[in-house]
Design a protein around this ligand. Sequence first.
Ligand code: SF4
Length: 144
Amino acid sequence: MSEDLNNPKYTISNAANLLEISVHTMRMYEREGLIIPFKKTSGQRLYSDQDIERVKCIRHSIKEEKLTIQGIRKILSLIPCWAILSCSQKDRENCSAYDSFSKPCWMHSHKDNVCVEKDCRVCEVYNSFGTCESIKNKLKVLLP
Ligand code: SF4
């Protein structure tokens, strides 16, 4: 992924305007674990072009394909993150995300595995599954 595309530059109001949705909806997507904004030390959230594309995919899935937020979370929970990060057996045993099918790995707390202190926003797992197209492309690489 290009650094430029993930460069956090839009405030939540700018991002919401670009997407023609409300700030409340942007906050709800974050709360529901569908997006991870960049957070400044002041707590202000910033969004990148990559985030905008991610929200467009979410909106399309909800409006055109009639998926619910819970349904999208379930799909994201099926991401084989352990295969992408080559987690050891021990890491898998210590990871609640490994057996979960209700929420994505980045919504779990990680205390004793490879993801401790990782920044999910820049993780290959989170970034490989930002849009419908990128999900399919990543799976093609994982499962040739
Ligand atoms: S760092 Fe975060 S996004 Fe990456 S595999 Fe771990 S929990 Fe998932």
